[in-house]
Every structure is written in structure tokens, then in C-alpha cells.
Design a protein around this ligand. Structure first.
Ligand code: F3S
Length: 385
């Protein structure tokens, strides 16, 4: 591949992987069973990124199952989202290049809820930070936090350099976290992740004191840990698959009721929301059901997006949840999310959401944010002006 015998794109991809392997001291490459490619929104890629993809799509093809992160808009409903036409044209070109590369146009940050669910111990190369933390920690798969080009290179070659979280010794905890606060909603787990991510940075937190955490809690915890810090793996005593294999004693901190209140308030700016968005990371089918029940028989007075994968939308359509959500005037949005879509260009100023990760990035994008529990987000959406 490196000699160019398998084409230009494969050669370029292998050059990227060899360079990375040298930087990180990898002994060799390892085969991967799946890839998740990030860097899909034209908002992040720009023209240079589009040219790079176009070049690779001349003769490059995915060699393993490869799914795609959210794009900057719904690929079919972008007009009703208010997306500028020029942006849409470029975004569709990006998607066309990925399609030619043989990548599934799944456009979701929860590939593990949409047919790309790796097994324990499998090596993968994923590039969506929240999914990376989930795959390593909850599923026990092995991936580094790949950038767009390195994930794509893994897809075109079926390989990744063997370093970092592919190796046992780097999966050990670096920081203990004793959870003293009572966590009784996914939003509380989101706040916990946001607080701990800052302290752990790119380390591996080990939580104790958590007795129960379902898919929704683990999904939002993963996302928050990876946004305020660079956490790509964590353990929860008695809950996550590798937690029992560990005995290392590390420095630890506590997460108290006071820390929970403080974190919530830090993610709340002044102002009344003009945009409400749920689904960061993309909603599970249970979340679609909860939102549908909360919206049943009500009318939203502000723009409201409920973001999910195409697969979850299909199931939500079948179960009748999508119809209840859309009857209220809210939108079931696939392929994109509030962070990677250019919502600031559409003109929204204050966004309410139940995700600490979304608050973090939307604030960076210049919006004011309100971090609220799901029920309170819906209450804001239906409130009379
Ligand atoms: Fe997914 Fe967008 Fe949040 S990609 S994790 S919904 S910022």
C-alpha cells in the first residue's frame, strides 16, 4: 500500500498511518473491524477539506464497515431547517465524496445505536469523541480518538497504528472519582461528565458510588467527559466491563451535591431561549418515546429539534413517536445536530438543551446557552411568548 501498488488514495492513507505510528511509537499496525468518520459538516471542513475528500474519492474505497458522523444539515429536510443554499450545495458535495468512498451515509454520532456496534476487545478506529468514550468504556472495544483524516485512512486500509488505548497499559485509571451527589437523571450524568472531564483532561477516570446507569446516562456521560476534557475512556465500578480487571490505586476527587449545582449553574447564561434542541448525542428510541409523551397534545411556540439517527427515526416512525412530536410543531431531525449545523447563521441567539456537551460547543459558536432537564426544555418550547 505504501509503495502505491494499491492506488493513490490507499498510498496517501497509509502515509498518514505510518507517520502517526512513528510519532506515537507504535510497534506495528493492527486490523480494525469498523471505522466511524468524523469531520463531515462543511462548517468544519471548508473547501480545503472538500478538495481532500474529492482527491481520495478518485480511487479510494472503504475496506471495512465505515459509518459517518452528523453533517451540517438534514440531507433531505435542509430547506425547512433554514440552512443557507450555498452551504447546502457544498455539504451535498461532501456527502457525495463520502458516498463514492463507499462509506455508509449514516450521519449519526451514535453509530452503536444504528448498526455499527463493536464487540468487547475489537480494535476499531472511531473519530467521534462521544462515541469513542462510549465504545472504549461501555462496549470494551479499543480505539484512540481519531481525527477525520486518520479515521478515513483506517477505513481505506483497514488498519490503524497499535498505540494508546489499543494497549492494555493505557486503559488503566489515572483519576479516581467518588460520586457523592445523588444522580437521578441523564442531565445529572451530563453535569458529572462535564465536571470530571475538566479535571481528568485526557486521562482515564474511575468512578465509584454509581449504582445504576442506563444507556442514556452512559451516552451523555461519555459526551460530556469528552467535551470539557479529552477523556476517551472511563470505568464505573461494578458497571463497565473492564472495571473489575483493575486494581491500580490513583489519586482521587469527590463529586458532591455542591459540585452538581455549581456545574449546572455554570452552563446557564441569561436570556429566554429562542431555540430548543434535544439529542446530543443523538436520541435513543427511549428518549424519542419520552419526548413524544411530553409533547403529546401540546404546541411548541419556538423552533425545537429532536435529533436522532435515521435508524432510530425509522423505529420512532413505526412506534408513532415521530408523529406525536411533529404534531406539536417540533421537528424530528436526522443527519445533523445543533452543534454542527450553522444555527448561529440562521439567527438563533439562546439555545436550551439537556446536554452539557452541546452547551459547551454552542457557547464556543457564539450562542448563549441554557442547560436544563428534558422536561424543562419542553416547558420552554411550549411556553407562551
Ligand atoms: Fe452528536 Fe452533535 Fe452532540 S455530533 S454528540 S449531537 S455535538
Amino acid at each position: 500500500m505504501l509503495a502505491g501498488e494499491e492506488g493513490h488514495a490507499t498510498q496517501k492513507a497509509m502515509q498518514i498511518l505510518v507517520a502517526l505510528g512513528k510519532i506515537y511509537g507504535a510497534e506495528r499496525l493492527v486490523g480494525v473491524s469498523s471505522v466511524q468518520v468524523s469531520g463531515v459538516s462543511y462548517k468544519n471542513l471548508g473547501d480545503a477539506g472538500l478538495e481532500f475528500l474529492d482527491e481520495l474519492a478518485q480511487d479510494g474505497r472503504a475496506r471495512v464497515k465505515t459509518t459517518l458522523n452528523p453533517a451540517g444539515m438534514s440531507l433531505t429536510g435542509w430547506k425547512s431547517q433554514g440552512i443557507p443554499r450555498d452551504f447546502a450545495k457544498k455539504q451535498l458535495k461532501v456527502i457525495d465524496a463520502y458516498e463514492r468512498l463507499g462509506i455508509e451515509i449514516s450521519c449519526t454520532c451514535t453509530p452503536y445505536l444504528a448498526g455499527n456496534e463493536p464487540s468487547f476487545g475489537q480494535h476499531i478506529a472511531w473519530g467521534e469523541s462521544s462515541a469513542v468514550a462510549y465504545a472504549n468504556s461501555v462496549l470494551g472495544a479499543r480505539t484512540n480518538r481519531e481525527g477525520g483524516p486518520s479515521a478515513l485512512a483506517a477505513s481505506l486500509t483497514g488498519r490503524t497504528p497499535l498505540y494508546g488505548l489499543h494497549l492494555d497499559e493505557n486503559r488503566l485509571p489515572t483519576l479516581g472519582v467518588e460520586v457523592e451527589a445523588l444522580l437521578d437523571s441523564p442531565e445529572d450524568f451530563s453535569a458529572l461528565g462535564y465536571f470530571v472531564g475538566k479535571a481528568a483532561q485526557d486521562g482515564v477516570p474511575y468512578f465509584s458510588g454509581i449504582n445504576r446507569a442506563g444507556l442514556e446516562e452512559l451516552k451523555t456521560l461519555s459526551a460530556a467527559l469528552a467535551s470539557s476534557g479529552g477523556v476517551a475512556m472511563f470505568h464505573i465500578a461494578g458497571l463497565t466491563p473492564e472495571s473489575e480487571m483493575i486494581s491500580a490505586k490513583v489519586e482521587s476527587l469527590s463529586f458532591t451535591e455542591g459540585n452538581l449545582v455549581e456545574t449546572r449553574s455554570m452552563l446557564n447564561d441569561e436570556g429566554s431561549p429562542d431555540f430548543i434542541s434535544i439529542g446530543c448525542p443523538h436520541c435513543s428510541i427511549n428518549e424519542m418515546s419520552t419526548v413524544a409523551k411530553l409533547l403529546e397534545g401540546r404546541k411548541v411556540r419556538r423552533e425545537m429539534w429532536v435529533c436522532c439517527s435515521r435508524e432510530v427515526k425509522r423505529r420512532s416512525d413505526e412506534a408513532g413517536y415521530s408523529r406525536l412530536i411533529e404534531k406539536s410543531g417540533a421537528k424530528v431531525v436526522t443527519d445533523t445536530c445543533m452543534v454542527v449545523a450553522p444555527v448561529e447563521d440562521i439567527g438563533y441567539k439562546v439555545v436550551a438543551t439537556n446536554s452539557a456537551k452541546a452547551c459547551h460547543y454552542m457557547r464556543n459558536n457564539g450562542l448563549r446557552v441554557r442547560f436544563l432537564p428534558l422536561e424543562a426544555c419542553v416547558a420552554e418550547a411550549v411556553k407562551l411568548a
